[in-house]
Design a protein around this ligand. Structure first.
Ligand code: M6R
Length: 594
């Protein structure tokens, strides 16, 4: 999704803007640009990668500038549609993240008033509105322009002769990096870590006026103090650390993520007591809302809570819920989002809060929008996740959900202790899988030859099949579908055959016998079967074409180990097919549009 940056200080802006933009590439984009103010504004932009833009640029003087990576919404990726956009005089430049719902009407009005807009974007109305309202006071003009906008309009504006950047935040993230005789804006922390670790998280409705030595934030016309946070993770954490791809690095971080997320919740001395003492309100009438991978974590969460607590749990796509107009009166809501900025989730929270629901957020990003919009936040301690495909944050979400459910489990103390011990063993079990990745890579070579794949699982591992299929399609571009194993015979069987393999998640729990039956039916349709099985399974090696052994864990925790195998499988298939694993086409890391 679009990334925006801004710089004002005593250094040359150009290299800083380009470097900061390169750190936002993980968000996904199709074009980029920068504007630098000196005696005039110079804009350099194109539908190219940041590196390619940098290669074409000579060095341009200027200690104040803005930059943008664009993920096209209004108009195709092209030079003219790339940001920054300027007004008629070329004295005002703007970068923007979000979508302006009333842009067509504003554009019509501006055109009637004599403004010439060149691009197809919604953004371009902003510099023209600022130009329209400018009567010598830049700040007032920006405020008036913002007042005309409907929708999501996080933006930074720059004007010739004005030694300041003015920004507004609405429905997309924006942070200020506080430096020494210099200040920064960015959509996300990694863009700033080379320069500062002190950041201010802006909130919806904030207007920030930033000079090289001063930061002023206003909300509804009043100046307010926003806390300066110290970022505790480093650029190193956000880099590849010797791995070929961020995805592989992030998969390998999962034992650490499980440990860190557990440490967040469990005291080493008395795990069971600590769990029992950690309250989250009533678990009855629960609804989980999320998107994509986080939605799959929500489906696993449903099984966890239903198995342990014996209460029914609804899980809905955040977007579908927002649109439905339904009220979930009396429900305890859990929203799951790694970024904490997904617009569909934020809209769902708005509706829930309007209906008086209590909202617990599970997120990975401290200070993100959901943390402010929710009543309580459970953090996952995954650290920055750069690869567009979510891996370690999914594991972190599962651990948070186990923690949420365990204190309410209808089991005796001995069983609770046993479960906590098992939870603590998970890093070791995951490490065993990572140590065995060469075996998975070898099977991936075979799977990479196919164009369509089904993934099947049952019970708590049905969402694991969904997530495994999502991982494969996202990064390898192979068409993959996840199914509950018993559902294949109700239609998808028509597609089975030698050219359509099935990846089956087979766990030794109460789903074992029925899934063996399903696999026999699949084999009878000649589909090659790649099976995930436990070490002591002596049926699957004869039944499946290819077997990947997975360490045995309590069935409740089997999603944690099984998904690691499927993440690695997707990774090695995508690598075999030469795909751009970390930044797949058309996708964005943080989806801040509808
Ligand atoms: O940041 P969120 O967890 O709210 O993001 C939700 C989805 O956009 C995200 O999980 C997406 O599906 C990932 N690309 C999956 O790998």
């Amino acid at each position: 999704m679009c990334g925006i940056v801004g710089y004002i200080g005593d250094k040359q802006a150009q290299p800083i803007l380009l470097n900061a933009l390169s750190k936002l590439e993980y968000r996904g984009y199709d074009s980029c640009g920068i504007a630098i103010a000196n005696k005039s504004i110079e804009v350099f932009k194109d539908a190219v990668r940041v590196k390619a833009l940098a290669r074409t640029l000579e060095s341009h003087e200027g200690r104040i500038g803005i930059g943008h990576t664009r993920w096209a919404t209004h108009g195709e990726p092209s030079k003219i549609n790339a940001h920054p956009h300027c007004d008629c005089s070329g004295k005002i430049a703007v970068v923007h993240n979000g979508t302006i719902n009333n842009f067509a009407r504003l554009r019509e009005q501006l055109t009637a008033e004599g403004h010439t807009l060149a691009s197809e974007t919604d953004t371009e109305v902003i510099p023209h509105l600022i130009e329209k309202y400018y009567d010598g006071d830049f700040e007032k003009a920006v405020e008036k322009a913002v007042g005309d906008l409907e929708g999501a309009y996080t933006m930074i504006a720059l004007m010739v002769g004005e030694p300041r950047l003015i920004a507004a935040r609405k429905d997309s993230p924006l942070i200020i990096g506080v430096g020494d005789r210099e200040n920064f804006f960015a959509s996300d922390v990694p863009a700033l870590l080379d320069y500062t670790s002190r950041v201010i998280y802006l909130e919806d409705g904030d207007i920030a006026v930033v000079t090289a030595s001063d930061v002023k934030v206003r909300q509804n016309g009043k100046v307010i103090d926003r806390e300066v946070h110290k970022i505790t993770w480093s650029m190193e954490d956000a880099q590849k650390g010797g791995y070929e791809h961020f995805m592989l690095k992030e998969i390998h971080e999962q034992p650490r993520v499980i440990r860190d997320t557990l440490t967040e919740y469990i005291s080493a001395e008395e795990p069971a007591a600590d769990l029992a003492g950690a309250g989250a309100g009533s678990l009855e009438n629960m609804v989980i809302l999320a998107c994509g991978t986080s939605y799959h974590a929500g489906l696993v969460g449903k099984s966890i809570i239903e198995d342990l607590v014996n209460v029914p749990v609804r899980v809905e796509h955040a977007d579908e819920f927002s649109l439905s107009g339904r009220s979930l009166a009396g429900h305890q809501a859990i929203v799951i989002t790694q970024s904490g900025e997904t617009l569909d989730v934020l809209k769902a929270i708005k509706r829930l809060k309007a209906n008086g629901n209590r909202v617990i957020a599970v997120t990975n990003v401290v200070g993100s929008s959901v943390t402010r919009a929710s009543d309580k936040t459970l953090y996952t301690r995954a650290g920055p996740e750069i690869c567009v495909a979510a891996t370690k944050t999914f594991i972190g979400q599962l651990i948070a959900l186990y923690w949420l459910a365990l204190p309410y489990a209808g089991v005796d103390a001995a069983r609770l202790d046993e479960l906590v011990m098992e939870l603590r063993q998970l890093p070791v079990k995951v490490q065993q899988i990572l140590d065995n990745e060469a075996e998975i890579a070898a099977l991936a070579k075979k799977l990479a030859a196919f164009d369509n794949v089904f993934y099947v699982g049952k019970g708590i591992n049905y969402p694991v099949a969904l997530e495994g299929a999502l991982k494969l399609k996202e990064i390898s571009y192979i068409h993959a579908e996840g199914y509950a194993a018993g559902e294949l015979k109700h239609g998808p069987f028509a597609l089975l055959g030698e050219k359509t393999p099935v990846v089956a998640v087979v766990t030794q729990d109460n789903t074992y016998e029925p899934i063996i039956t399903s696999i026999k039916e699949i084999k009878a349709r000649r589909s090659p079967v790649f099976a995930l099985t436990n070490e002591d399974d002596n049926v699957m090696p004869d039944l499946a074409d290819y077997v990947i052994t997975v360490p045995r864990v309590d069935p409740l925790f089997s999603p944690v180990v099984n998904i690691v195998v499927l993440q690695l499988l997707a990774y090695f298939v995508a690598k075999e097919r030469g795909c751009p694993i970390d930044f797949p086409r058309n996708l964005a890391k943080t989806v801040t549009v509808e």
